[in-house]
Design a protein around this ligand. Structure first.
Ligand SMILES: Cc1cc2nc3c(=O)[nH]c(=O)nc-3n(C[C@H](O)[C@H](O)[C@H](O)COP(=O)(O)O)c2cc1C
Length: 375
C-alpha cells in the first residue's frame, strides 16, 4: 500500500520522468582530494545516495574557477581534465537507478582563500574582498557556462547553478553585498543582470533541451540583505528566462550562526515557508523545498498542499540513506532522524575535516574512519 501517494507520484523536469518527489539536496561533504578530484570515498558516498530511492541526486557544489574555491576538498569542474572523474559519479548514481544533477558554484566573498573577489568590497568576517572588474564579470559568466558544459559531458542529466547560501550569484542580487554603480549594480534589475547573463551563457552552451536548475536564496535573513519580495521578482524573471526548477533555501553563512536562525533551523520544514511563497508566485515552475523534512508524513503534506513540487533532503538523507525506501515501505525499519540539536557535519566541514553523521551506528562510523585513514 502506498501510504504517501503524493510523495510517491511521478513528476517531469523537462524531458526527465522522475518516479517520486524525493531529491537529494546538494550537500558538500568534502570527500574529494586536495586537487578537487573524485576519490573512492566520493563514489562510495554517491553510490549510497543513488541507491536511496530518491529519484534525483543533486551532487554537491563544484568549483567553476580557482578564484571561487569555497572549501579545501571541493570537487572541481574548472578544467576538462576533471570530466572523466566526474563521469564516474554520474555513472555510479545512474547504476543505482537515480537521475544525477551537479551543482556548480563560485564562492565569491566566501572563497576559501584570503584573496577574494566579489561584486563589492563588503567585509566578511576579517576579510575585505576585491571588487570585480566588468571584464572579470564577463570572464566569470563564461566560466559558469564552460563548467555547465563539462557537467553535461560528464554524463549528468542536468546542472544546478548555486544561487544560494550567499555565494557569488546571490551576492550580485543582494542589496547589502552589491554596491556597484555600473550596469551590474544599483536597481534590482541591474543586480539581477549577472545571474541572468550566467543563465543565458549556460543555455547557449548546453542547449535548450538540457535541464538547468537554480538554487534560490529566498531571503538572506540578515539586516539590509535580500528579502523575499525581491527574491520573488528575481524568481519570476528567472522563470521567464527558462529555468527548469528553483530549489529554494534561506540564509547565508553569515546568518546561519545567528541565534534566530539556529532556533528556526531546529523545526521540521524550516525553509518550506519560503518555498511555499515562491510556489505561490510561480505556480507553473517546479519548486524544490528543503530544510529538515524529517518525516514522510510531513513531506507528503508539503506536496499535497502544493507548497512545493519536490522535497530536498540533505542532512536528513546523510543521517538515513534509506529514508525514501523506508518511507515507501520497502524496508520495514524506522527512519534514523537527523538530530536537530546536532551540527556535527557542518562543524567538521568548517574545520576542514571529512564529516560523518552522529546518527550513524558505531560500526558505520568506525568503517568510515578506517576508510579516511586509509586502513
Ligand atoms: C554540511 C552541509 C553542506 C551543504 N552543502 C550544500 C551545497 O553544496 N549546496 C547547496 O545548495 N546547499 C548545501 N547545503 C544546504 C542543504 O542543501 C540544505 O538546504 C539544508 O541543509 C537543509 O536541508 P536538511 O535539513 O535536509 O539538511 C549544505 C548543508 C550542510 C549541512
Amino acid at each position: 500500500m502506498n501510504l504517501y501517494p503524493n510523495l510517491f507520484s511521478p513528476i517531469k523536469i523537462k524531458g526527465l520522468n522522475l518516479s517520486n518527489r524525493i531529491t537529494m539536496a546538494p550537500m558538500y561533504v568534502g570527500y574529494a582530494d586536495a586537487e578537487g578530484k573524485v576519490t573512492e570515498l566520493v563514489l562510495d558516498h554517491y553510490k549510497k545516495m543513488g541507491a536511496s530511492g530518491a529519484s534525483l541526486i543533486v551532487v554537491e557544489n563544484m568549483c567553476i574557477d580557482p578564484s571561487g574555491l569555497g572549501a579545501p576538498f571541493m570537487l572541481r569542474v574548472d578544467k576538462d581534465e576533471y570530466i572523466d572523474g566526474l563521469k564516474k559519479i554520474s555513472d555510479t548514481i545512474h547504476n543505482e537507478g537515480a537521475y544525477a544533477f551537479a551543482q556548480i558554484n563560485h564562492a565569491g566573498r566566501y572563497a576559501f582563500m584570503r584573496d577574494r573577489i566579489a561584486p563589492s568590497p563588503v567585509k566578511v568576517w576579517d576579510v575585505t574582498p576585491r571588487e570585480m572588474t566588468v571584464n572579470e564579470i564577463k570572464f566569470m559568466i563564461e566560466r559558469y557556462a564552460d563548467a555547465a558544459l563539462r557537467i553535461k559531458k560528464a554524463g549528468f542529466d542536468g546542472v544546478e547553478l548555486h544561487g544560494g547560501t550567499g555565494y557569488l550569484l546571490s551576492q550580485f542580487v543582494s542589496p547589502r553585498l552589491n554596491k556597484r554603480t555600473d550596469e551590474y549594480g544599483g536597481s534590482l534589475e541591474a543586480r539581477m543582470r549577472f545571474p541572468i547573463e550566467v543563465l543565458e551563457a549556460v543555455r547557449k552552451k548546453v542547449g535548450e533541451e538540457y535541464p538547468v536548475g537554480y538554487r534560490l536564496l529566498a531571503d538572506e535573513l540578515y539586516p539590509g540583505g535580500l528579502t523575499l519580495d525581491e527574491a520573488v521578482v528575481f524568481a519570476k524573471t528567472y522563470a521567464e528566462k527558462g529555468i527548469d526548477y528553483l530549489s529554494v533555501m534561506a540564509g547565508t553563512h553569515e546568518s546561519f550562526k545567528m541565534p534566530p536562525y539556529v532556533e528556526m533551523e531546529r523545526n521540521e520544514g524550516y525553509m518550506v515557508p519560503f518555498a511555499k511563497a515562491i510556489k505561490k508566485a510561480l505556480p507553473e515552475t517546479v519548486i524544490i523545498a528543503a530544510g529538515r523534512i524529517q518525516t514522510p508524513q510531513y513531506a507528503d503534506k508539503v506536496i499535497k498542499d502544493k507548497e512545493a513540487d519536490l522535497i530536498g533532503l540533505a542532512r536528513v538523507l546523510f543521517s538515513d540513506p534509506l529514508w525514501p525506501k523506508k518511507a515507501k515501505g520497502e524496508i520495514a525499519e524506522p527512519i534514523v532522524a537527523c538530530n536537530p540539536s546536532c551540527s556535527q557535519c557542518m562543524d567538521m566541514i568548517m574545520k576542514g575535516k571529512r564529516p560523518y553523521c552522529s546518527q550513524w551506528s558505531k560500526k558505520e562510523r568506525q568503517d568510515f574512519i578506517k576508510k579516511i585513514e586509509g586502513k
